[in-house]
Design a protein around this ligand. Structure first.
Ligand code: SF4
Length: 241
């Protein structure tokens, strides 16, 4: 598996380095720089999905799959008006739920998942959202990323939810050679202090939204990349998750 950033960093800091530019930062230096830079830019990152408690957060995160947070926040007021707890939600048909959540996409699957997970919360967890990865990941429509967001943002458990955007940025910043979000999560957890994971997840998302769009940049434009990789000569090729 090829990681273009690290290969380039190695070659560009050796005999092919541009003479008038500073050398690329070493990985430990990149980690420290990115950590402090993101902390300074977003000192108290807010949770982007509107919610009132672990249940409404769980439903909102489930809805955010392949949908923007903005769109989810437009849809959830009507959904939570209908039902903002598992007991009330389980009373409604998947079809009723689907009519409301249609703008989020994947509504047939998401509506069935919301109804069924509400029933399971009542049947197996006393109507509460469990604060355990394993139990969360057994719920329909809830994968590791969704469980990690709930664990981080509702229960304060250090987690590092990695979506495709964080996966892309972590590669552009030379923090991982991950071929998928799981490998990237593993590398980011090794790189950063545990007590920074929850905030960093949000800070990287905000930075990505503000500066680093999916197709908008070749990895040689804004301050983080130009500070970390002044010798970078070519666009960073990113592994698709
Ligand atoms: S230079 Fe481009 S890829 Fe790097 S952080 Fe900035 S916007 Fe993202």
């Amino acid at each position: 598996m090829i990681d273009g950033t690290n290969l380039k960093a190695t070659s560009e800091t050796s005999s092919h380095a541009k003479p008038n530019l500073k050398p690329n930062l070493k990985k430990a230096e990149r980690i420290a720089y990115i950590d402090q830079k993101l902390k300074a830019l977003y000192p108290e990152p807010p949770v982007p999905l509107d919610h009132q408690d672990p249940y409404t957060l769980l439903v909102a995160v489930l809805l955010s799959a392949q949908c923007t947070d903005e769109r989810v926040n437009q849809v959830t007021p009507a959904l939570f008006e209908l039902a903002d707890n598992p007991f009330d939600m389980a009373q409604h048909s998947a079809e009723t739920i689907r009519e409301i959540i249609k703008p989020c996409g994947l509504s047939p699957q998401k509506s069935k998942a919301i109804k069924r997970l509400s029933e399971i919360l009542l049947e197996e967890h006393g109507g509460e959202v469990p604060a355990e990865f394993e139990a969360l990941e057994r719920l329909p429509g809830v994968g590791h990323k969704t469980a990690s967001v709930v664990m981080a943002q509702s229960f304060g458990v250090p987690s590092f939810p990695v979506d495709t955007h964080i996966h892309r940025l972590a590669q552009r910043w030379g923090l991982t050679r991950g071929r998928n979000v799981n490998e990237t999560e593993r590398d980011l957890k090794k790189a950063f202090a545990r007590d920074r994971w929850n905030d960093l997840h949000l800070q990287i998302i905000f930075y990505g939204r503000e500066y680093c769009t999916a197709r908008g940049c070749d990895g040689r434009v804004c301050e983080i990349c130009t500070t970390c990789f002044p010798q970078r000569k070519h666009p960073k090729v990113v592994n698709k998750p």
